[in-house]
Design a protein around this ligand. Structure first.
Ligand SMILES: Cc1cc2nc3c(=O)[nH]c(=O)nc-3n(C[C@H](O)[C@H](O)[C@H](O)COP(=O)(O)OP(=O)(O)OC[C@H]3O[C@@H](n4cnc5c(N)ncnc54)[C@H](O)[C@@H]3O)c2cc1C
Ligand SMILES: *[C@@H]1O[C@H](CO)[C@@H](O)[C@H](O)[C@H]1NC(C)=O
Ligand SMILES: *[C@@H]1O[C@H](CO)[C@@H](O)[C@H](O)[C@H]1NC(C)=O
Ligand SMILES: *[C@@H]1O[C@H](CO)[C@@H](O)[C@H](O)[C@H]1NC(C)=O
Length: 479
């Protein structure tokens, strides 16, 4: 049966021209509900997975939206045999510049893999490979459970997990990939395999940090936990003007050595186009009661912020709030990032001043600079050799979210971001840059993204599991 299939495919591949007939090629081998469209067809936008950023995008000749695991297997086999490059995506948040190397490819839209099953008795969550962080919160909260996630509801849970997964519950529960128990994955050969600590453990090690290089995950099982503080979360937001931001940076700095696991501090430099002022917004999140959070809120309130807002929310409300604007599609996002373990107030003031100068001279630029500060306590409890993820020590993830519509700004934005990244690196507490893969710009050497200590094993496993480089367009591992 299989060999017959391959004979048919082999014949088919002989007749493939530069413009393959996607219907003829795939339709006979996938389930009837699988949608296929070429880029010139009107339903292409429906079949293809949407894209978040318009900066350096991949381009697609066609899109396919599989329904079953066997569909994904058939698609990978047929595309590989016919040398059609493919990229499986969910909501297309991956936006580093390597994606622009994907040209005239086939988009595999994972949206149909949207199942969410909570097993409260065994503390397990099993999701399809196309589930967003937002889709798991209601079923989990209903069961009185929680799990560490990214902060934006639109982001793909599996997409984020396989590069790390950082967010507000990280201090208590670790990286999202630390909660992963097992996956079902379609390999480059089109095989459907399980990977866990017990089965294909080498593959399981690799996908927890470099997952987009090794296959398409169709389902993933995670550990979940009882809700912290009955699901009560405190969210406070404080505003400081440029001229009076020093004490707020010192507050952030005071948590460099140690930050309590339930506490999150996120300073962000922004520009208000109406008032034409640069401000520092400090978000403080605490997983606990108002009384428990109060000492931390009092610390910031004592610094005379010009605005203060405090509210009690649920974890999912917190992430809905964090997603406002951030999840909007269609902007031009040219991001840069850096992992840090120090936030030197002198350097941060300098960065803020330079951002202010840039805002003033570039009125069409609408970017921000934020630092996500989480305790690394839980992540550090996992031995370094347990996963390929290399940067467990980072407690501050800096992100330049450069947003602007006009491509003419590219050069100035790149110059600014690179120079500020260098300046921050020198004060980061790390000798060599430690780059969080999911926020990478795409210009970083592989050592800075995957870690020099992890790369040799990753290269060996890449050769074993994906010798023809079918996967990994986001940050390809060479060998
Ligand atoms: C608005 C916004 C907020 C964000 N917030 C956070 C945050 O709080 N924490 C955090 O850690 N990250 C965050 N990120 C970064 C995010 O983790 C990465 O962009 C991630 O790659 C997004 O995955 P996706 O599936 O949504 O995007 P996609 O572009 O669809 O996928 C990204 C990559 O993952 C691969 N991939 C996706 N699904 C699968 C699968 N099932 N099997 C195999 N490979 C797969 C794709 O092939 C692609 O290479 C944020 C990004 C954005 C745009
Ligand atoms: C900018 O400042 C004005 C005046 O204080 C305020 O009303 C508005 O909400 C601010 N805009 C943003 C995007 O914060
Ligand atoms: C800048 O971004 C903010 C937040 O997303 C948005 O509210 C505002 O309209 C944008 N302003 C400009 C000038 O693009
Ligand atoms: C990690 O290292 C420890 C101690 O050397 C060893 O016992 C363990 O098997 C290693 N784990 C993996 C996944 O390699």
């Amino acid at each position: 049966m299989l060999s017959q299939l391959f004979q048919v495919l082999a014949l088919a591949s002989l007749s493939i021209a530069a413009n393959p007939n996607y219907e003829d090629l795939f339709k006979p081998f996938v389930s009837p509900g699988t949608e296929i469209a070429t880029v010139s067809e009107p339903d292409f936008a429906e079949v293809a997975s949407p894209r978040w950023s318009t900066w350096q995008p991949p381009t697609f000749q066609a899109a396919i939206k599989p329904v079953t695991e066997a569909d994904v297997q058939a698609i990978v086999r047929i595309a590989s045999r016919n040398k059609i490059p493919f990229l499986a995506t969910l909501n297309g948040h991956g936006s580093n510049k390597n994606y622009a190397r994907v040209q005239n490819a086939l988009n595999i839209n994972l949206e149909n893999f949207n199942s969410v099953v909570v097993d409260a008795v065994n503390n397990r969550l099993t999701i399809g490979g196309g589930v967003t962080f937002g889709q798991i919160s209601e079923p989990l909260e209903k069961a009185g459970k929680e799990i560490q996630t990214g902060n934006a509801v639109c982001v793909g849970m599996v997409g984020a997990t396989i590069g790390g997964g950082i967010g507000t519950l990280q201090g208590l529960h670790g990286l999202v990939l630390d909660a992963l128990v097992s996956v079902k994955l379609v390999t480059a050969k089109g095989d459907l395999v399980v990977a866990s600590k017990l089965v294909n453990s080498d593959l399981f090690w690799a996908i927890r940090g470099a997952g987009a290089n090794f296959g398409i995950i169709v389902s993933a099982t995670y550990e979940v936990y009882d809700q912290t503080s009955k699901g009560e979360v405190i969210l406070a937001s404080f505003g400081f003007p440029l001229s009076a931001s020093r004490s707020a940076w010192e507050f952030v700095h005071s948590y460099d050595e140690h930050i309590p696991a339930p506490l999150v501090v996120i300073p962000a430099i922004r520009y208000n186009h109406t008032t034409q002022e640069t401000s520092l917004n400090v978000a403080v999140v605490y997983y606990g009661t108002m009384a428990e959070a109060q000492p931390y809120l009092d610390q910031v309130a004592a610094l005379n912020p010009i605005s203060t807002a405090v509210q009690t929310v649920t974890n999912s409300e917190l992430h809905e709030i964090f997603s406002m604007g951030a999840c909007d599609r269609g902007g031009r996002h040219n991001g840069y990032t850096l992992g840090m373990k120090k936030t030197d107030p002198d350097t941060m003031e300098e960065i803020m001043q330079e951002m202010n100068d840039f805002y003033e001279t570039h009125p069409n630029y609408n970017g921000s600079v934020s630092i996500q500060r989480y305790s690394n306590e839980a992540a550090m409890k996992v031995p370094d050799n347990e996963t390929s993820y290399p940067w467990r020590d980072i407690n501050s993830y800096l992100l330049f979210d450069n947003v602007y519509a006009d491509a003419a700004l590219d050069a100035d934005v790149d110059d600014l971001s690179r120079s500020l990244r260098d300046k921050l690196q020198a004060a980061s507490g790390y000798e060599d840059p430690q780059i969080y893969l999911n926020y990478a710009h795409g210009d970083e050497p592989l050592n800075q993204v995957y870690g020099a200590s992890k790369l040799p094993k990753l290269r060996t496993l890449k050769k074993k599991w994906d010798p023809d480089h079918s996967f990994g367009f986001n940050f390809p591992i060479d060998y």
